[in-house]
Design a binder for this molecule. Structure first.
Ligand code: IPM
Ligand code: MG
Length: 362
């Protein structure tokens, strides 16, 4: 099969971790007989440096022509990087939000799994993690606060900033359907997160999710307030199967969920639209403090590449092979520094990529 992949290495640790994911994809190509064509695309700070803007129309066009996009991470140190001297709409993050919108990537899947081998890196008590956990966060990605109108202006002599949180029922319905569809392939439970005791947008969210649930009688639906969910994630993470939520709540809760799995360096993600096209990226940031040191954990990006094989190319066997290889390397005791624990062997970014490749064979 021919796989045309747009690659946005991005900023910070992005280039290092994407290089390892491409190494793994190349290995999959060799072992299973696929041809991989990469088109390098610029976005974020790397695009600002060349074009003065974080995302060009050309990048959007080339991304659309690809079957899928692999993305590292974007952004720099807000205190020291010149990118943050620019107005907010020209900063690296604006490029990421704009490409998600331009490609209509409304469904963001972030799986948080506690690997048996990584229990040592999990900050929770053993009695809580007993039996492990495996949840899928389904985050709405193109609506809500991050895309509402915003302004900063002087009102009655006082500097005042406003952000608006808007959702219509169509946007809620399409993400809810995705959440229930994926629950049908898992343990058939959806926990819908909102703040319906305060927000109108959450009350519409809850009502719409309940309507969608009627088409999925086999799925158990629970509603949970977002503040309670933040607590439940550390109190009893096993209760969750699919967490369905809006953009900002999903942004926050997915970072928390990743940490209870041991490290944000383990959390993959897929951003999908109505077609097979998707953008695949680790959920973590660009970590400028460790960029260039060769110590970043490439596993989240490698697992994102596995999601790409699964969702955009329907290559389930190949995706399974990558995921199994990751598990084997962890079982062998190899760790990057973020997931290091006593008695294990610490390796660097490139070695982790090599070890995972070595386990991919037919
Ligand atoms: C993420 C990131 C982005 C987001 C930022 C960089 C705009 O935090 O993918 O979770 O909030 O979506
Ligand atoms: Mg985030």
């Amino acid at each position: 099969m021919k796989l045309n992949i747009g690659v946005i290495k991005g900023d910070g640790i992005g280039p290092e971790i994407v290089t390892e994911a491409m190494k793994v994809l190349d290995r999959v190509g060799r072992v299973y007989g696929h041809e991989l064509n990469y088109t390098q695309l610029l976005m974020g700070g790397a695009s600002i440096d060349v074009h003065g803007v974080p995302l060009t129309e050309e990048t959007i066009e080339l991304a659309k022509q690809s079957d899928a996009v692999l993305l590292g991470s974007i952004g720099g140190d807000a205190k020291t990087s010149p990118w943050y001297q620019l107005e907010p709409s020209k900063r690296p993050e604006a490029g990421l939000l704009k490409i998600r919108k331009a490609l209509n990537l409304f469904a963001n899947l972030r799986p948080a799994v506690l690997y048996d081998e990584l229990k040592g890196a999990c900050p929770l008590k053993e009695e809580i993690t007993e039996g492990g956990f495996d949840m899928m966060i389904m985050r709405e990605l193109t609506g809500g606060l991050y895309f509402g109108e915003r302004s900063t202006e002087v009102r009655d002599g006082v500097l005042t900033a406003t952000d608006t949180l808007t959702y219509n029922e169509d946007e809620i319905r399409r993400i809810a359907k995705r959440g229930f569809d994926i629950a049908m392939k898992r343990r058939r439970k959806v926990t819908s997160i909102d703040k319906a005791n305060v927000l109108d947008s959450s009350r519409l969210w809850r009502k719409t999710v309940e309507e969608v649930a009627k088409d999925y009688p086999e799925v158990t639906l629970e509603h949970m307030l977002v503040d309670n969910c933040a607590m439940q994630l550390v109190k009893n993470p096993r209760q969750f199967d699919v967490i369905l939520t809006e953009n900002m709540f999903g942004d926050i809760l997915s970072d928390e969920a990743s940490m209870v799995t041991g490290s944000i360096g383990m959390l993959a993600s897929a951003s999908l639209n109505e077609t097979k096209f998707g953008m695949y990226e680790p959920s973590g940031g660009s970590a400028p403090d460790i960029a260039g040191k060769g110590i970043a954990n490439p596993i989240a990006t490698i697992l994102s590449a596995a999601m790409m094989l699964r969702f955009s190319f329907d290559l389930d066997t190949e995706a399974d092979a990558v995921e199994t290889a990751v598990e084997k390397v962890l079982k062998d005791g190899y760790r990057t520094i973020d997931i290091m624990s006593e008695g294990k062997t610490q390796i660097d970014t490139a070695e982790m990529g090599d070890k995972i490749c070595a386990y991919i064979s037919k």
